[in-house]
Design a protein around this ligand. Sequence first.
Ligand code: PNS
Length: 164
Amino acid sequence: MRIAVCPGSFDPVTNGHLDVFVRAAALADEVVVAVLVNQTKQGLFSVEERIDLLREVVADYPTIRVDSFHGLLVDYCKANDISTIVKGLRAVSDFDYELQMAQMNYRLAEVETVFITTNPLYSFLSSSLVKEVAKFGGDVSGLVPDAVLKRLQQRLSATMDPQG
Ligand code: PNS
């Protein structure tokens, strides 16, 4: 069985991520969406919340499951019999860093990386931009799954400073 991993922070998952997961599922028998547990970086959503949202979003896809990992991605791959890392490439600006990571991951453990070119509908999209736009009242519907839109609105209205 060929298992692929889509790793990331997913704070929160966007429609661009979802597009990559679904397309990765066409290339592998099973896809694991793996959320990085990063103790030093506080997100808008906790890792548990991100996982819950991801599970809701991929619920209709039987070969996609959600997990979390910490430490090196290649160690997680080895421990879980994962042969391939799948990443989305939005633009040339992503390429330098992604190439570096892909080469390092191959050097460390001979884990291959496959790049999926992002759907142009989402090539400008990132979790941080979604959070920034939503924070200032911009409309991010259509850019994130409905479940995420709802949680974003709840979270941002709860944390909004009434003094502005
Ligand atoms: O969504 P992100 O934050 O761009 O995802 C980056 C991620 C999680 C894929 C990358 O930081 C990663 O793989 N981190 C795990 C630690 C690791 O293996 N570092 C060496 C990479 S060559």
